[in-house]
Design a binder for this molecule. Sequence first.
Ligand SMILES: [Zn+2]
Length: 105
Amino acid sequence: MSGRAGTSDNVITAHADVVYRGDGLGNRVSVFPATCRSGEHQLGQEGYRAVEHGGLVVVSCVPCATAHPGRHAWVLRVVGAATRSAELDDLPYLRLVAHAPNLRD
Ligand SMILES: [Zn+2]
């Protein structure tokens, strides 16, 4: 692992591993939670950004990024190669999403 650039106030740990599924054409698709970290929004409707960096994908909710800075994003651990597309689905993350408002950073 390389050192972290910038601030060192937070060590980022993943909430869960990324779930993957096939799209029927043999392509691997990333699945992200459909509900945002605060539990208030549906990412597909409100807008989200997924940024991969250092083996983690940060899926941040656009409205929460200003309303709840610091707890606006899911941090998911990438498993295997990166994918070109992603879907939103709460089903594989039900347990995570149910506890979303109570999660601590
Ligand atoms: Zn949100």
